[in-house]
Design a protein around this ligand. Structure first.
Ligand code: ADP
Length: 420
């Protein structure tokens, strides 16, 4: 037996994580003198398990059948496993060892320990072991022999040790892939920002011309001019939003952080949404029983956040329902809650709705804009040390919760004329 010495430092340190794992699979196969060694990577983010490295002739594809008469040892029985893939997934999920017998049936061992989960490799055609790093199953190792595996004590000890190296190798492959994904997302983001900045500049000039022309046509009595002007205005707002978003992403939007009163902010916000509100009720509660609520924030940016959330609440909830706006002090923060009785946001979309240009596929084309409002709102809040998040509302509907830094009334009085 070649033993662990066959696994030189250069093997585990191979430049590419995948190569290192291939080398481990190869060493295992040769050392144990088996026909096939497979190492699987568990990837929860993609919801499954994937073959990461293999050595030896490929399997014949025969699926394993688990029959009722198999005397399972402890633990859950994987009765009804349709295929070898399912068995591998099961081992990854349960952390238990499994053994495929010559007749295609399966035996299940306990959680992998020094004794291979209590299973005897003598009766195995293949062994399926969970690979662990710090008590977490990161992958699965499967070794198979054409007929029966013959693992003597030395080979078992070797398998025990090498499976830890295989686990580390799997973890390395996963981390490298994760880092790669993060890097490509970052590049994608940078490109998107550059594109946003250039597109929005280029769009603004012709829009001004279109608006001027529409105005002239309107003066001459053509009623279609009103529609053109309205559409041009809508597009103009969209372009302005795009520009702001790219500035926010690049950290180039100047904010004027000052001490402001919540009453003032809410008053102006309600005025702004009065057009969209029509006859609908917006019930406001400002919890300032003892002292007036004040915060340290940019008034215009905070107004934009609040107006956007109120407009969304009006847009995405039935017209006979009321909107609530509640403001209170929560530790060091001012907390604004905009609550509606709309259809809410499914859990899978709770974060996605804050991504630029994201609109759920089933959103109605005639309500709402382009999916920039929440992305801008969150970035504006974060830029002044605040936050915006969504939570489901008891009884149905949405809560959009904004936090902005609070200030104390004393400092408000002192700093009334100060730029902070
Ligand atoms: P827009 O309203 O222009 O689409 P937003 O960024 O403001 O853009 O919102 C993004 C998406 O989030 C909307 O398309 C909508 O699906 C969802 N959304 C926003 N506010 C609410 C709400 N109060 N209730 C339900 N869904 C909402």
């Amino acid at each position: 037996m070649e033993g662990l010495s066959a696994l030189g430092a250069e093997t585990l340190n191979a430049a590419r994580a995948e190569d290192a794992l291939e080398a481990v699979a190869d060493v295992i196969r040769r050392t144990l003198d088996v026909t096939r060694c497979e190492i699987y990577l568990r990837d929860d983010s993609r919801g499954g398990i994937a073959l990461a490295a293999a050595s030896g002739q490929s399997p014949n594809g025969r699926s394993v059948a688990v029959s009722d008469d198999v005397p399972h040892r402890d633990g859950e029985s994987p009765l009804g496993l349709p295929s070898r893939e399912r068995l591998i997934e099961w081992v990854a999920g349960s952390g238990q060892t499994a053994l495929e017998r010559g007749d295609g049936t399966v035996r299940i061992g306990s959680t992998h320990g020094a004794d291979f989960g209590g299973l005897d490799p003598a009766e195995a055609r293949a062994f399926v072991l969970p690979l662990r790093v710090r008590d977490r199953t990161v992958g699965v190792l499967r070794i198979a022999q054409q007929n029966a595996l013959a693992l003597d004590a030395a080979k078992r000890r070797f398998l025990e040790t090498i499976s830890y190296y295989a686990a580390l190798g799997v973890e390395r492959v996963r981390l490298v892939a994760e880092a790669g994904r993060a890097e490509s997302l970052k590049r994608e983001d940078e490109m998107k920002n550059a594109l946003l900045a250039s597109v929005s500049h280029d769009l603004r000039t012709p829009l001004t011309t279109i608006k001027a022309l529409a105005h002239d046509i309107g003066v001459e009595g053509d009623e279609r001019a009103v529609t053109i002007e309205e559409e041009a205005d809508r597009l103009n707002r969209f372009v302005a939003d795009l520009l702001d978003l790219s500035r926010l992403a690049a950290g180039g939007l100047a904010l004027n952080i000052e001490i402001n009163e919540v009453e003032d902010l809410v008053g102006v916000a309600l005025q702004r949404v009065s057009g969209a509100q029509g006859s609908r009720a917006i019930n406001v509660t400002i919890d300032s029983a003892t002292t007036p609520l004040v915060g340290r924030f940019d008034f215009v940016a905070a107004l934009r956040i609040l107006v956007n959330l109120l407009e969304n609440a009006l847009k995405y909830s039935p017209s006979h329902t009321a909107i609530e706006l509640r403001v209170r002090r929560e530790g060091d923060a001012l907390e604004f809650v905009v609550a509606d009785r709309g259809r809410g946001v499914p859990p899978a979309e709770r974060e996605r709705i804050f991504e630029p240009l994201y609109r759920p596929t089933d959103s109605l084309p005639d309500v709402g804009g382009a999916g920039l409002g929440l992305a801008i709102a969150r970035r504006l809040a974060v830029a002044q040390n605040g936050s915006v998040r969504h939570e489901p509302r008891d009884g149905g509907g949405s809560l959009f919760i904004v936090q902005l830094p609070a200030a104390d009334v004393d400092s408000a009085a002192e700093g009334a004329n100060l730029d902070v």
